[in-house]
Design a protein around this ligand. Structure first.
Ligand SMILES: N[C@@H](CCC(=O)N[C@@H](CS)C(=O)NCC(=O)O)C(=O)O
Length: 236
């Protein structure tokens, strides 16, 4: 790529965290080599590059690894400040607010939402979904504030760190709707976010990068069956 920089992304097609990094790289117009990891049989390169968490994504820039999707996106924004639009606002306070919401999405939405489909009991699943909906309601308020009532995105007129962090989850959102009828961004509960989702889905970068919903539904259906079978045999 330009400037002699070499970028390699260790990812997995189904990982929304890897999708974030792909979206950020595409928005910046950066080219990179993509390495698809088998998460059941992780490569030596992944284990060496992310020895603490052993997870994807990892971005390797000129041989040096950077881990954790939100940190990688901020790294890309800083290391390639001259390339493409900035993912973070210029104003320090607005930057802090964007980081706050990006971290909120992972802690308060992703964790309970995952519990809503992988929980061991129906109570755990329904509590997870309740917490995920509460987080989405707070994000509705965040979108209103961050877009200052005029913009279409958390980043204002164009997508930024928070949009990419949340937008990377939209394949899950669509797959969940197909599989269970649950609308996490329900127009009746959170109209601004429901409209934001439509806008995000229509972006060229989204169409180019996001995983296919049908493929995700097929994968998640098989995964749910395998999980149920494993739990049934454990309880014998
Ligand atoms: N907080 C991490 C989460 C990354 C993550 O959970 N990656 C999953 C794939 S979606 C993974 O590598 N899982 C493998 C494992 O847990 O062993 C990030 O934002 O990058």
């Amino acid at each position: 790529m330009a400037g002699g920089d070499e970028l390699k992304l260790l990812g997995s097609w189904l990982s929304p965290f890897a999708t974030r990094v792909k979206l950020a790289l595409a928005l910046k117009g950066l080219s990179y080599a993509e390495v698809e990891e088998d998460l059941c049989n992780k490569s030596e390169l992944l284990l060496r590059s992310n020895p603490v968490h052993k997870k994807v994504p990892v971005l390797i820039h000129n041989g040096t690894p950077v881990c954790e999707s939100v940190i990688i996106m901020q790294y890309i924004d800083e290391a390639f400040a001259g390339a493409g639009p900035s993912l973070l606002p210029l104003d320090p306070h607005e930057r802090a607010v964007a980081r706050f919401w990006a971290s909120y999405i992972d802690e308060e939405l992703v964790i309970p939402w995952v519990r809503s489909f992988r929980g061991t009991t129906e109570e755990e699943k329904s509590e997870g979904l309740k917490q995920a909906f509460a987080a989405v309601e707070n994000l509705e308020g965040a979108l209103r504030e961050c877009s200052k009532g005029k913009g279409s995105f958390f980043g204002g007129d164009r997508i930024g760190l928070v949009d990419v962090t949340l937008g990377s989850l939209l394949t899950w959102a669509h797959a969940a709707e197909v599989m269970s009828g649950t609308r996490i961004f329900d127009p009746a509960r959170t109209p601004l976010l429901a409209a934001w989702m439509v806008r995000f889905d229509e972006l060229d970068v989204t169409k180019a990068v996001m995983p296919d919903v049908g493929r995700m539904v097929e994968f998640k259906t098989k995964q749910a069956r395998a999980l149920a079978a494993a739990r049934a045999s454990d309880s014998k």
